[in-house]
Design a binder for this molecule. Structure first.
Ligand code: AMP
Length: 214
């Protein structure tokens, strides 16, 4: 199974992708996670990407397509792209890479969530520094403030989860990534799912859709 998850920041695509990866045994290719790791490891890629990410802007297409090519080479099995492609150039670049590797996409899922719900979700999001588990101060608070329930490490807030940067990330999504939805709509592989319903219901809609097509 090879799929893409589209959806604005805070639509829940990362959390849903992680659960699907577990259920179906797929590779999880999240460009945002790969870039954040590069920043932590202080690699050239990280140094290059940081200024774009801190401002809520997109990292240049050539850099992203380079990462994807590396991730896919040798990963013949199933995968979920989370946060990629975010521009038409990336979607077209991906088509080229997939055809070189003789692979096809099965689904492109677009999660729909209203802007006010997104802002609300992102400003209260907290992540574990160690295991990456995601909490929400309003809907899924940790048992002990600032500490991960799973592994006991410290929680942090992403530097781009502030109201100003979130506003910019949403405008960038509308301008650059919504055309990607049209691109896959025209290819008839886009499936739109209401992402505002709560985690279990959204997960149920996705697995039902996948099951119905298998
Ligand atoms: P995310 O974790 O998906 O919310 O991504 C965080 C940030 O990483 C974005 O705001 C961008 O700056 C950068 N980023 C992640 N994926 C991409 C991509 N496919 N194209 C360009 N920039 C990206």
């Amino acid at each position: 199974m090879r799929m893409i998850f589209l959806g604005p920041p805070g639509s829940g695509k990362g959390t849903q992708a992680k659960k699907l990866v577990e259920k179906y045994g797929l590779a999880h290719i999240a460009t945002g996670d790969i870039l954040r790791k590069a920043i932590t490891d202080k690699t050239g890629l990280g140094l290059n990407a940081k200024k774009f990410m801190d401002a809520g802007e997109l990292v240049p297409d050539e850099i992203i397509l380079g990462i994807i090519k590396e991730e896919l080479t040798g990963a013949g099995g199933g995968f979920i792209f989370d946060g990629f492609p975010r521009t038409l150039a990336q979607a077209e670049g991906l088509d080229g890479i997939l055809s070189e590797l003789g692979l096809n996409l099965d689904y492109v899922i677009s999660l729909k969530v209203a802007d006010d719900a997104i802002i609300d979700r992102l400003v209260s999001r907290r992540l574990c520094k160690n295991c990456g588990f995601e909490f929400n101060l309003k809907t899924r608070p940790p048992k002990v403030e600032g500490i991960c329930d799973r592994c006991g490490s410290e929680l942090f807030q992403r530097p781009d989860d502030t109201v100003e940067v979130i506003d910019n990330r949403l405008s960038v999504y509308r301008e650059k990534t919504e055309p990607v939805e049209d691109y896959y709509r025209k290819k008839r592989i886009l499936v739109e799912i209401d992402g505002g319903k709560g985690f279990d219901k959204v997960f149920g809609s996705i697995t039902e859709m996948v099951g119905a097509r298998e």
